[in-house]
Design a protein around this ligand. Structure first.
Ligand code: G
Ligand code: G
Ligand code: MN
Ligand code: NA
Length: 253
């Protein structure tokens, strides 16, 4: 309850910020994941793993998620003005309650219109659990947003309980291999098997497969040898404030 009050004030006081983590293909940055950060004036940095679940529970994730969507789209519109950054996609994490709103599609369209961001560069990250609550409603929303160009990725893939038949029906563009399978991919036969199966499954369904939580060249090389060509993780860069992300991206290529 106290955290809820704190978060309400934080929204008014502009204490939230977006960090950006690069997504890499070959030697090029192709996009960024927007990750929410909260710098509390007294308590200091509060991790999203703590406040996002609290916001989800209290319902505050609705205004907070809308703030994220607008902030991400504003950033995307700024990048469009810069030839070195204009090609970047922007991935935004969508929480279940946000997605279940009856007017979720309108809200995304409004954010795109108001900010002038290009729909084809906006990627929404959904998680397995939230898609299956009402599959018909999920598909309807995704189809409407895809019609204007929005991209969809399935986050934390492998940790939920997707049935493969749903994977076929949902109009997805990308799978994100959860970092729990990447961490020990070289030493754990089980993790390697799961990661490689996800890559093979994604590739054969025509989906891009991106590995999350890549921290070493050895992990990157192992996954590359098994057909993965998109990367995200500390090996490339930690999530950073916009200016640092932009400088990093210009230097990286
Ligand atoms: O940034 P970090 O890796 O610490 O994020 C921790 C968790 O918080 C992850 O599960 C991530 O998806 C989630 N998260 C980060 N930013 C956002 C956001 O803007 N919206 C939602 N719904 N979740 C977020
Ligand atoms: O649930 P989601 O995949 O959105 O969460 C992304 C989270 O993973 C963010 O909090 C981000 O800071 C974190 N992250 C990104 N890259 C790495 C990495 O290489 N190693 C670890 N341990 N965490 C990472
Ligand atoms: Mn994510
Ligand atoms: Na993830």
């Amino acid at each position: 309850v106290e955290m809820e009050k704190d978060m309400r004030m934080a929204l008014e006081r502009h204490e939230f910020d977006l960090f950006f983590q690069p997504q890499v293909q070959h030697d090029k940055v192709i996009g960024a994941e927007a990750l929410l950060r909260w710098q509390h004036p007294i308590k200091g940095f509060i991790p999203p793993g703590v406040f996002v679940p609290a916001a989800e529970e209290s319902g505050l994730i609705l205004p907070l998620g809308e703030w994220v969507l607008y902030a991400a789209c504003r950033q995307l519109a700024r990048w469009a003005q810069d030839p070195a950054l204009a090609h970047l996609t922007m991935s935004v994490n969508v929480s279940p309650r946000q997605f279940y709103q009856p007017d979720f599609v309108d809200k995304v369209q409004q954010a795109l219109q108001v900010t002038g961001a290009t729909p084809d560069l906006l990627e929404l990250e959904l998680t397995e659990g939230m898609l299956l609550t009402d599959v018909e409603d999920t598909i309807r929303k995704m189809v409407q947003l895809k019609a204007i160009g929005v991209i969809f990725s399935l986050d934390d893939f492998g940790t939920g309980y997707s049935s493969l038949s749903y994977l076929k029906r949902l109009p997805l563009d990308k799978l994100k291999i959860d970092q729990s399978f990447v961490r020990e991919v070289e030493t754990s036969v089980n993790d390697a098997t799961i990661a490689c199966s996800i890559i093979a499954l994604g590739n054969s369904l025509g989906l891009q497969v991106i590995a999350e939580g890549v921290e070493t060249e050895a992990q990157r090389a192992f996954l590359a040898a098994n057909g993965c060509s998109y990367w995200q993780g500390f090996f490339f860069s930690r999530p950073q404030p916009a200016a640092k992300f932009e400088a990093w991206t210009r230097a990286y290529g």
